[in-house]
Ligand binder design. Structure first.
Ligand SMILES: Cc1ncc(COP(=O)(O)O)c(C=O)c1O
Length: 462
């Protein structure tokens, strides 16, 4: 697995392009900037899947993507509609709409306790569609600073004039920004223009939950006319959080307080696409104003049948055991880390930082995403260590996916991970911290090359 990754990195040297047309040279020049600051991305074959490494990195949280159960349900769904054309053939606004698609949209909306829904080809396009459609002149958007790139793009490509970030999950900062908006914009103060608050139920790179209830409370107090509404992106809670995996909004029972929810199907549901849940007014706005919905082919029957198959499984309750198991193994992981003196020393000495470890015991609900922040190249060393010595696959995440100087290992715990595997993962982390502590102790004497972790030295020598 690592050798493929390494080979892909070795291709990364700006080719000598003296004889190439300027078109290509200029593109390579732009790529060189990424190479220079080590933020060059490559598409590497994800061969942990066939290498036998333990999966602590994929988004296939319930194992549906790999499970025979989803495949069987999908095949059964295809059999139930033997005469359905496989493609949709056109945009929904022309003749690409069809009864089955509308039926599935309503079924999903009912499942999540929403009035209606519209299926979009991807979560990314859905976020673009939302912000392109719902904002009127004079409205404002306030968004958590860590929202997904698709929300940033959606806001950027909307017509909104005022878009302000608030500090991540900081209810007080949200309140301050809303206060400023009320003071600065009379039409908002008079309840004639709206403010949209954009949050995620679980943040993909940090794994923490949004303090949604506290935010709703504040917004209700500050905007009694109802001209402040929420968009909640449930990409990472869909299928894993809430009753039957309905998401955080349903878990908290705040369906009536949230104007728009986005559920994506590409993660826990083992499928692809997304649905925007809202009332009929918002759906009509998406249909009328979202260019990414109007000017694209409607989702194909095969895609919608796959989505319905996942929902059939959710509704049947069969993934409930996997959802509960995730909660249990996250607790196991945190307790192992908390009880490990080496991990504790590593935390104290700043070798690593695990923000979610701080108050895990007081949380009623655990997130399946755990970020282990490790500075600089050492993030890769930890990744190497876990693969080489523990046969565990995690996800190193660096800038620009996360802010500068906040490199981290993103660990996702699945319904299919065993307790034994979690013990192994915690043990692997501990071993690496021990090695780092030892390197630190000898760093005055050791040559620079020798200070590299043993797994990193091994990988780089391949
Ligand atoms: C929070 C969030 N929203 C939206 C998306 C985009 O969803 P999709 O992969 O279906 O385009 C992602 C994907 O990573 C995400 O993490």
């Amino acid at each position: 697995m690592l050798s493929t990754w390494l080979a892909s990195q070795r291709q990364l040297c700006a080719p000598s392009m003296k004889k190439s047309p300027v078109f290509y040279r200029n593109i390579e020049e732009a790529l060189d900037v990424r190479r220079a600051d080590q933020s060059f991305l490559t598409i590497v074959k994800n061969n942990w899947k066939v290498s036998g490494a333990i999966d602590f990195c994929s988004n296939d949280l319930l194992g549906l993507g790999n499970s025979g159960a989803l495949r069987a349900e999908f095949n059964a769904e295809l059999q139930r509609y033997p005469d359905m054309p496989l493609g949709s053939g056109a945009s929904r606004m022309f003749d690409g709409n069809y009864g089955y698609l509308e039926m599935v949209e309503q079924e999903i909306a009912d499942f999540h306790g929403a009035e209606t829904g519209i299926i979009i080809n991807s979560g990314f396009e859905a976020n673009t569609a939302i912000y392109q459609s719902i904002l009127r002149q004079g409205d404002a958007v306030v968004y958590d600073e860590l929202v997904h790139a698709s929300t940033h793009d959606g806001i950027k490509h909307s017509s909104v004039m005022v878009a302000k970030p608030f500090r991540h999950n900081d209810v007080l900062d949200l309140q301050n920004i809303l206060t400023d908006l009320l003071e600065e914009y009379p039409l908002i103060r008079q309840g004639k223009r709206s403010v949209i608050v954009a949050v995620e139920s679980i943040y993909s790179m940090d794994g923490d939950f949004s303090p949604l209830k506290e935010m709703i409370q504040i917004v209700k107090e500050m905007f009694p006319a109802g001209n402040c509404q929420f968009v909640v992106d449930e990409a990472h809670s869909t299928g894993v959080i809430g009753p039957y995996g309905k998401g955080l909004v349903c878990e908290l029972g705040v369906e009536d307080d949230i104007a728009i929810r986005l559920h994506t199907f590409g993660k826990a549901l083992g499928s692809t696409g997304a649905i925007i849940l809202a009332n009929k007014t918002v759906k009509a706005a998406i249909v009328n104003f979202s260019r990414s919905t109007i000017y694209t082919t409607a989702p194909a029957f095969t895609a919608v049948a796959g989505i319905r198959a996942s929902y059939n499984l959710l509704k049947s309750g069969s993934p409930t055991q996997a959802q509960e198991h995730i909660q249990n193994i996250v607790v196991l992981f945190f307790s192992l880390l908390s009880e490990d003196p080496i991990i504790q020393q590593g935390l104290e000495e700043g070798i690593l930082s695990i923000p979610l470890l701080n108050d895990w015991e007081s949380r009623p609900l655990q997130s399946h995403v755990v970020a282990v922040e490790v500075k600089d190249r050492k993030c890769l060393w930890l990744f190497f260590h876990l693969v080489v010595n523990t046969n565990v696959s995690t996800m190193p995440v660096t800038y620009p996916t996360v802010p500068m100087n906040s490199d981290r290992l993103r660990i996702t715990l699945h319904g299919s991970n065993t307790e034994h595997e979690v013990v192994r993962l915690a043990g692997g982390l501990s071993e690496w911290v021990q090695e780092m502590l030892e390197l630190g102790a000898t760093s005055m004497k050791a040559a620079e090359a020798e200070q590299m972790s043993s797994a990193a030295r091994q990988v780089y020598s391949w």
